[in-house]
Design a protein around this ligand. Structure first.
Ligand SMILES: C[S@@+](CC[C@H](N)C(=O)[O-])C[C@H]1O[C@@H](n2cnc3c(N)ncnc32)[C@H](O)[C@@H]1O
Length: 341
């Protein structure tokens, strides 16, 4: 059971999400986001609440879990990176991409130069943690982390609005803490992490923009790890996850791993080496869906989440919610009851 302190932190976080979503409906997502980023005090309060919730409640609960049944989002992501880069994951994914190229009759020379060499000792992984808050990945010795957030909760997290980040071909200078980042260099990361980031953003288009930037920042064969909350069972929202898969294929990322943990969807997407193979896969998948009578929205509309359709009813007080069932099932389970997010 969640304690009162735990519940209070959860509800202050939830309130920020709801306010932003309502604002986006009223004034449009861009203006709502701009205004949101100006609210320094709200952002800092959120950052401290999130850090406290994660480090004092979730981590402590995870330590108390005698059977270690709970898998934390952090350890799930670390394991995926290790399996991919330090075990067979990268080679297996490369072989699958090669097979797809052959199936679609694409020029395989484009990818053969990138065949992973098992015998090369891999240095630290260059990891970009977006919406890092308190830099939970810095303690892992194989990770060289650049942690960014609109509201850093610790000094080693750099200030950056990822939605408005410019991806450039210029090699940027060394980054210092307390610096604001406006640009990052294309193809310069082995791993990009979105842990509980995408559902913070109020629109499908903004989520899509973030995924597109992640793809540009990844080196060929690099991976994007996405963890997003959902307390329902695996099949309840499988249609939504399928649409995300299609949206990401449109920006060069193919899904290589999916796990449904009790309250989370956990996914790894790989940046293809071949420039068009993911789009070929997408075209062929959509053709087969349409033969079954299913049609899909434009890619930037495909990253919807259940909260986007939630019916809010506004009373005198802003942000009063008439029927909180969906939000409560999703958000409260994220931020109130989880033993080890
Ligand atoms: C729910 S918290 C997750 C924190 C951490 N990743 C974790 O898993 O515990 C979401 C974080 O994303 C940050 N965030 C949201 N949109 C962002 C953006 N466009 N650029 C950078 N950070 C963002 C928020 O400030 C917040 O700290």
């Amino acid at each position: 059971m969640a304690s009162d302190g735990h519940q209070a932190l959860a509800s202050s976080i939830k309130n920020v999400h709801q306010t932003l979503r309502l604002e986006a409906r009223k004034v449009g997502e861009e203006k709502a986001w701009f205004d949101h980023c100006q609210r320094g005090e709200v952002l800092q309060t959120y950052a401290q609440a999130m850090k406290q919730l994660a480090t004092e409640h979730w981590d402590r609960n995870a330590d108390d879990d005698q059977n270690k049944k709970a898998v934390s989002r952090i350890s799930w992501i670390v394991k995926q990176c290790e399996d991919y880069y330090y075990s067979d994951g990268m080679n297996e994914s490369f072989s699958k991409e090669l097979a797809l190229c052959l199936r679609f009759k694409l020029d395989t020379n484009e990818i053969l130069d990138h065949k992973p060499d098992k015998h090369i000792l891999r240095p630290k992984l260059r990891v970009l943690d977006v919406g890092s808050c308190y830099n939970p990945f810095k303690k892992f010795p194989r990770f060289d982390v650049v942690a960014v957030d609109i509201a850093p909760a610790s000094e080693d997290v750099l200030h950056c609005d990822f939605l408005n980040l410019e991806v450039t071909d210029q090699r940027s200078a060394k980054l210092h803490s307390n610096e604001r980042i406006h640009q990052l260099c294309a193809a310069s990361f082995n791993v990009v992490i979105f842990s509980l980031l995408l559902e913070y953003l109020p629109s499908s288009k903004q989520r899509y923009v973030c995924c597109s930037k992640a793809s540009q920042l990844l080196a060929p064969g690099g991976i994007l790890c996405i963890v997003t909350p959902d307390s329902k069972h695996a099949t309840a929202n499988s249609g939504i996850m399928k649409k995300w898969k299609y949206a990401l294929a449109n920006v060069g990322l193919l899904r290589i791993q999916y796990d449904k943990l009790p309250h989370l969807h956990c996914m790894v997407f790989r940046k293809c080496v071949h420039s068009t193979v993911s789009k070929q896969w997408l075209t062929s998948s959509l053709a087969s869906e349409s033969r079954k009578g299913k049609f899909f929205d434009a890619p930037e509309q495909l990253m919807a989440i259940p909260q986007d359709y939630h019916l809010y009813q506004e009373h005198e007080k802003e942000c009063v919610i008439d029927d909180t069932r969906d939000d409560d099932e999703t958000v409260a389970s994220i931020f109130a009851d989880l033993p080890a997010l």
